[in-house]
Ligand binder design. Structure first.
Ligand SMILES: [Zn+2]
Length: 412
């Protein structure tokens, strides 16, 4: 035994309660995952489950559990997962799914879905003093549902959490009194949540590329101010996307997606608006899947932000719903003119969480379907994307005129 492992963080309680130690400060930078020496396995004789992650160096980390559904979440600053399929790490009967990826900028995350409630019994990161390589070991043991629920929840820790967002300002109606229309583009998914994955392409990446191009097209057209809910391959929660739109005082919110369909072939762009009752089963399933993506990214949905809840929908009170419908109709028209092609039922609705702003007209555009080979080719083609972007620009310009006219009628 020439290797002597130095245990630097022995127990969780110390990690959660104490300020950064000198050793923790010495950690940092980007660690690479050594997949060959990493695994989640069950211990013999039902003595629980073990998580072993081999990293090229030590990095600050934390672990916690979440309920509904039961999940284990590991955060790092920062781990390069190296394109390793997280399913290959999972050799445990107690874990149903594993997801890895970027969370926020500078954060990496692993989320494991637990088959039964389990508690973290031991956790520690050890460093090899010769190579500097690190090994994280967690031991999980079964626990009862009550104990699990009582312990679950992301720790409030200023070293990891973002500062509280600024209060919501009431947005003034824009784009009609000579000032530019403020557009919030929302490239779907990102980071630990790749969205649809098909033919080596991810929805998250394609929509980030498309959003950047669409932003350029709108800025070149003039009359638009454009922000994006994410500029990189990072995770943003559905509520975080709504907040970003409010913080930017956006006039319209466009969520951009290219999902895959579980069954059947879909062709042509579809524009979705928010409704309590979905227009059809496929739309309901799509909205549900987007909510589930937040769960798989390790989001604690039990801790809803009151401030965000305050800006969520109240369809009966506000005129946002008809304005969103008008926006969706104008976008379908613009896209059909520009690309010659939309879905045979291009206007649909469902309970999409990301569209629940009470005061910002919001739509979700399925630019194309990644699971349809021709659409995948389209989405990869810059010329096709330019046509789609022009269609959305035209749709926004049409809507602006119509909405201003309707606003005049509404005021009478
Ligand atoms: Zn999507």
């Amino acid at each position: 035994m020439t290797r002597r492992f130095l245990s630097i963080i022995a127990c969780l309680a110390a990690l959660a309660a104490s300020p950064l130690t000198a050793q923790e400060r010495a950690l940092g930078g980007l660690a690479r995952l050594d997949a060959e020496n990493s695994a989640i396995t069950d211990r013999a004789w039902g003595r629980g489950t073990e998580v072993t992650l081999a990293l090229s160096q030590g990095v600050p980390w934390r672990v916690f559990t979440l309920s509904d559904p039961a999940r284990l979440v590991l955060d790092f600053r920062e781990v390069d997962w190296g394109g390793v399929d997280p399913a290959t790490l999972d050799r445990s009967e107690a874990i149903s799914e594993v997801h890895t990826g970027a969370y926020r900028k500078g954060w990496s995350r692993l989320v494991a879905l637990l088959e039964t409630p389990m508690a973290v019994e031991q956790a520690g990161l050890s460093l090899d003093p010769e190579t500097g390589a690190a090994k994280l070991r967690l031991r999980l043991a079964e626990t009862d549902a009550e104990t699990f629920a009582a312990r679950a929840g992301a720790p409030r820790d200023p070293r990891w959490d973002l500062p509280d967002p600024a209060p919501v300002r009431a947005a003034a109606r824009g784009g009609v009194e000579g000032r530019p229309l403020r557009v919030m583009l929302d490239p779907g998914h990102g980071g630990i949540d790749p969205g649809a994955v098909y033919g080596g392409e991810t929805e998250a990446n394609l929509m980030l590329i498309f959003a950047r191009e669409l932003k350029e097209v709108l800025l070149r057209a003039g009359g638009f101010e454009v922000s994006m809910t994410r500029e990189d391959d990072i995770f943003v929660s559905l509520e975080g996307r709504i907040e970003a739109a409010h913080d930017a005082n956006a006039d319209v919110f466009l969520s951009l997606h290219a999902d895959a369909l579980a069954e059947g072939i879909a062709r042509g762009a579809t524009v979705y608006t928010l409704a309590e009752e979905a227009s059809d089963a496929a739309s309901a399933a799509l909205a549900e899947r987007h909510d589930r993506d937040d769960i798989l990214a390790g989001l604690d949905l039990a801790r809803t932000d009151d401030r965000v809840a305050g800006v969520l929908m109240d369809l009966a009170r506000l005129d946002t719903a008809p304005r969103s419908t008008g926006l969706a109709r104008a976008l379908v028209g613009g896209i059909e003119n520009a690309t010659g092609n939309v879905h045979k039922r291009p206007l649909r609705s469902a309970g999409f969480s990301v569209l629940k702003s009470a005061d910002i007209p919001s739509v979700l555009i399925e630019v194309g379907y990644l699971s349809t080979p021709q659409e995948l080719r389209n989405l990869r083609d810059p010329a096709w994307r330019a046509g789609m972007a022009a269609g959305i620009r035209d749709g926004l310009q049409t809507w602006l005129v119509e909405d201003a006219a309707l606003d005049g009628l509404r005021r009478q």
